[in-house]
Design a protein around this ligand. Structure first.
Ligand SMILES: CC(=O)SCCNC(=O)CCNC(=O)[C@H](O)C(C)(C)COP(=O)(O)OP(=O)(O)OC[C@H]1O[C@@H](n2cnc3c(N)ncnc32)[C@H](O)[C@@H]1OP(=O)(O)O
Ligand SMILES: O=C([O-])CC(=O)C(=O)O
Length: 370
């Protein structure tokens, strides 16, 4: 038995949800470029769960279901109020999502109908949790979700208490479309491994959020912004990046396990970053990002991934840096739950093997002789 480090190139399951073939990403066979330009996040959620684009009444029904289910149990909000104010935002989200299960009477009901209902609840409640957490740690009261609005609009409204501008809603909506699913990425795999033991959907989601938190995965978007802030201005980019590369440090937001010729989502986020920079009159983050891309791609051949330009997009939307990865989780909940439902539908325990590299034929030494 020979191990493949990081399971690179190993095909671990079949799935009909999203594909990456020759560098082209599709959700249910529809190219991400078409979805980014034309679909709303709610249409994508429907597509991922039900395998087809919704007609008008199906879309209205899903939008209604998502806003009808957006309230979070009061007990969970009370618990968030007890979290330390400086707690990591993904740790807070992971804990809050895990505790949702305690207040859902059907948490352990494994019927397909119940699991779909819980997928709707989770998709609806995550934005409410992230917005409530953000307000509570600033000493503000959480804001109740509005009815019959999109996830993007509702989230921005619950975050600030103000009606968001149309341009902000559109930008966030497109970002949510672009992050919704991505084949067997680490967090989706974690979710599938967890539920393949026939554990419940909340356990799968908790595993997924824990996996997304890391800076080699979803946590990279926050790390990109930390880097941009550390660099400060475009004048400092060249020396900063050259030093990092000379020290063999990774540049966050570059490289990908599957895409070797570029992530198809990055160009949409780059365009949005540029447009939002122009609208707000602050091109600093975009200009720095473009310079970084030139150096990293020029020297290392590494291209930006989905996390790179999303950092400047969210910052231009005035979203706090440590909410970037929770926003990724809000979007990816659609993909995680679609994969969890697919796993339940045709389940087999996921249990690979390990190539043993430890000592062999060791004698047991009694404790007195050690
Ligand atoms: C939503 C997402 O999860 S997208 C990915 C988000 N993560 C990041 O942006 C973090 C930065 N990027 C990385 O760490 C990697 O590119 C990963 C983890 C995304 C994919 O990596 P892998 O396929 O496992 O490649 P691995 O980490 O083994 O790197 C291969 C080589 O490329 C180099 N490399 C890969 N990414 C980078 C980077 N961002 N900056 C500098 N060098 C890099 C590695 O140092 C390594 O070099 P070596 O062979 O000289 O040791
Ligand atoms: O697929 C991956 O390895 C990471 C990624 O880009 C994603 O999850 O969106």
């Amino acid at each position: 038995m020979t191990a493949t480090k990081g399971l690179e190139g190993i095909v671990a399951t079949t799935s009909s949800i999203s594909s990456i073939i020759d560098g082209v990403l599709t959700y249910r066979g529809i190219n991400i470029d078409d979805l980014a330009e034309n679909a709303t996040f709610e249409e994508v959620v429907y597509l991922l769960w039900y395998g087809k684009l919704p007609n008008r009444s199906e879309l209205d029904q899903l939008t209604k279901e998502l806003s009808d289910n957006a309230s979070v149990p009061a007990e969970v909000i009370e618990q968030i109020k007890l979290y330390p104010k400086d707690v990591n935002s993904m740790a807070a989200l992971r804990t809050a999502v895990s505790s949702l299960a305690l207040y859902d009477a059907e948490a352990n009901d494994m019927t397909p109908e119940s699991n779909l209902r819980k997928a709707i609840k989770l998709q609806a409640q995550l934005p409410t949790i992230v917005a409530a957490f953000s307000r509570i740690r600033q000493g503000q009261e959480p804001i109740a979700p509005k009815s019959c609005t999109s996830v993007a609009e509702n989230f921005l409204y619950m975050l600030t208490g103000k009606q968001p501008e149309a341009i902000a809603i559109q930008a966030l909506d497109k970002a949510l479309v672009l992050h919704a699913d991505h084949e067997l990425n680490a967090s989706t795999f974690a979710a599938r491994v967890t539920v393949a033991t026939l554990s419940d959907i909340y356990s799968g989601m908790t595993s997924a959020i824990g996996a997304l938190k890391g800076p080699l995965h979803g946590g990279a978007n926050e790390a990109v912004m930390a880097m941009l802030e550390e660099i400060g201005t475009a004048d400092n980019v060249t020396s900063y990046i050259n030093d990092k590369l000379a020290n063999k440090e990774k540049i966050m937001g570059f490289g990908h396990r599957v895409y070797k010729n570029g992530d198809p989502r990055a160009k949409h986020l780059q365009k949005m970053s540029q447009e939002l920079g122009k609208i707000t009159g602050n091109m600093n983050w975009y200009d720095m990002s473009i310079q970084i891309e030139e150096i990293v791609t020029g020297q290392k051949g590494l291209k930006p991934n989905v996390d790179f330009y999303s950092a400047s997009v969210y910052t231009t939307l005035e979203i706090p840096r440590d909410l970037f990865t929770p926003i990724f989780a809000i979007s990816r909940t659609s993909g995680w739950t679609a994969h969890i439902l697919e796993q339940f539908d045709n389940n087999r325990l996921i249990r690979p093997r390990a190539e043993y590299t430890g000592p062999s034929h060791q004698a047991f030494v009694p404790i007195e002789q050690r």
